[in-house]
Design a protein around this ligand. Structure first.
Ligand code: SF4
Ligand code: SF4
Length: 383
C-alpha cells in the first residue's frame, strides 16, 4: 500500500508551501528526524534555462520551501540535476534557484562524472550510467513538475528521474528506445535501478509541483502554464503519478510509466493499493486540462521503423520562420541527426525520414518556435 498526500495549494507563498509540504509529509508518515546529519539530494526539474512563470521547471519557491525544511535537519544538501545540454550554472540562475542555493549553501553536484547503476532484474537496461553524485547520498527528494509531454504523454515523478542521466546522454537514449513504449520501459528500468541498484540504498520522497503545471505541447516552452493548485507528496513515484494524471483528467492508459509501472511491482501494483490522504480528488479535479496533441493515440504508436507510414500518420515538428532565431538548439539536441542548418527558408531543415518523433527539439526550443503539423493522412486515424 502506498500513501499519497494531495494538498491544496494555489500560490507560491513560502509559508503556505512549507505548511502544505509539512502536512503532506506527516500524512505519508515520513519521519523528518531521519534526515538528521544525512546527505540529502534535491532533484528538481530544470529542463532548460526558463523563467519560472513559463512553468517549464520546478518553481523556485517550492524548491526553497523543501530546501528550508531539509536545512533544519542537515546542512549536507546537494542539488543534482542535468539539463538537456544547457549549462547547469546558467540554468540554475535563469530558473530562479541561484539565490536559494547561495542562501542555504547548497552544494551543486558536477553531473558530468558518471558511474554505472546495475540492476539485474531490469527488463532490458541492466547497466545505466547516471551522475556519480547520486551514489553517495542517503535521501533523494525528487521534485517533478506536473506537465504534458509530446512523447510520453505526461511527465511527472518517474520521468523526472530521467534527469539522473547527464546531458545529451538523455537524448541519445531516444535512439536506443525510439517508440513510446520502449522509452517508458527504459524509464522503468531506470526507476527500478534507482530503487534497487545502489549498494547503499536511497530513501525516496517525491514532492510534485502542481501549483501551476503545464498543458498542451509540453514539456518545454511550447506548452502552456495551467493553474492546478496542488502539491502532491508520496514515496512511490508510480502511485503519485497515477494520482496526478487523474487529478488533471489525462488518460492513464496512455501513460505507460503508470500502466507498465504497476506491472513491474517495484511498489504498488494497482490503483487499489493507493491510499489518498489530504484533499479528496473529486474536490480538486481539473476538468479542462489540455493534453498534448502528439503522435500517441490511445496507447498505440505507429511503427516508427517505417518512415513513410510515420510521415503520413504521425505529427511532425515544424519550425516557424517568424519566431526562429536560428540558435540551433534543436539541431544540437536531435538524437537522430535529422536537423541541419537553414537554407533560404531561414529555418532549420528537417529530414522527416530520419526523425524518430521524440520531440526533443520542441522541448528544447527556447522560442517555442516549433509547431506540430499533422501527417497528410492523419485524418484517417480519427475515422
Ligand atoms: S531551437 Fe527553435 S529558435 Fe533555435 S533554431 Fe531551432 S527552431 Fe529555431
Ligand atoms: S527532429 Fe526533433 S522530433 Fe525528430 S528526432 Fe530530431 S529532435 Fe526528435
Amino acid at each position: 500500500m502506498a500513501v499519497i498526500s494531495l494538498q491544496k495549494c494555489t500560490e507560491y507563498d513560502n509559508r503556505i508551501l512549507k505548511d502544505k509540504i509539512m502536512a503532506g509529509l506527516g500524512q505519508i508518515n515520513f519521519d523528518l528526524t531521519g534526515l538528521k546529519n544525512k546527505r540529502v539530494c534535491l532533484k528538481p526539474n530544470l529542463l532548460m534555462p526558463s523563467n519560472p512563470e513559463r512553468a517549464v521547471t520546478t518553481h523556485p519557491e517550492l524548491f526553497r520551501a523543501v530546501a528550508e525544511i531539509v536545512h533544519d535537519y542537515t546542512r549536507d544538501i546537494v542539488l543534482i540535476e542535468s539539463p538537456n545540454f544547457f549549462p547547469l550554472k546558467s540554468t540554475i540562475k535563469k530558473t530562479g534557484l541561484a539565490g536559494i542555493v547561495n542562501d542555504l549553501e547548497i552544494e551543486v553536484a558536477d553531473i558530468t562524472v558518471t558511474d554505472t547503476l546495475r540492476f539485474s532484474l531490469a527488463h532490458r537496461y541492466k547497466n545505466i550510467d547516471i551522475s556519480k553524485a547520486f551514489f553517495d547520498v542517503d535521501y533523494i527528494i525528487n521534485m517533478p513538475k506536473l506537465k504534458t509531454h509530446g512523447f510520453t504523454h505526461y511527465t511527472g515523478a518517474v520521468k523526472n528521474l530521467f534527469g539522473t542521466m547527464p546531458g545529451l546522454a538523455k537524448s541519445r537514449m531516444h535512439m536506443r528506445a525510439p517508440s513510446q513504449i520502449e522509452f517508458c520501459e527504459f524509464l522503468l528500468d531506470l526507476y527500478g535501478g534507482l530503487l534497487n541498484g545502489f549498494e547503499k540504498p536511497k530513501k525516496f520522497i517525491h514532492i510534485m509541483d502542481a501549483v501551476v503545471g503545464m498543458e498542451g505541447e509540453g514539456p518545454g516552452p511550447s506548452g502552456k502554464p495551467k493553474n492546478i493548485g496542488a502539491v502532491i507528496i508520496g514515496d512511490d513515484a508510480v502511485a503519485l503519478d497515477y494520482i496526478a494524471v487523474n487529478l488533471v483528467g489525462l488518460n492513464v492508459k496512455k501513460v505507460f510509466t503508470i500502466t507498465e509501472g504497476f506491472k513491474r511491482g517495484y511498489g504498488v501494483t494497482s490503483p487499489d493499493d493507493i491510499q489518498l490522504r489530504g484533499e479528496p480528488l473529486e474536490d480538486m479535479r481539473i476538468t479542462d486540462f489540455k493534453a498534448s496533441r502528439s503522435a500517441v493515440m490511445g496507447g498505440i504508436i505507429w511503427p516508427l521503423t517505417s518512415p513513410t507510414i510515420k510521415n503520413l500518420f504521425v505529427e511532425k515538428p515544424v519550425p516557424r520562420a517568424d519566431d526562429c532565431t536560428l540558435c540551433y538548439n534543436c539541431m544540437k539536441v536531435c538524437p537522430a541527426g535529422a536537423i541541419t542548418k537553414a537554407d533560404e527558408a531561414k529555418i532549420p531543415r528537417y529530414n522527416y525520414r530520419k526523425c524518430i518523433r521524440c520531440f526533443c527539439c520542441m522541448e528544447t526550443c527556447p522560442e517555442a518556435a516549433i509547431d506540430l503539423k499533422k501527417g497528410a493522412l492523419q485524418w484517417l486515424m480519427r475515422t
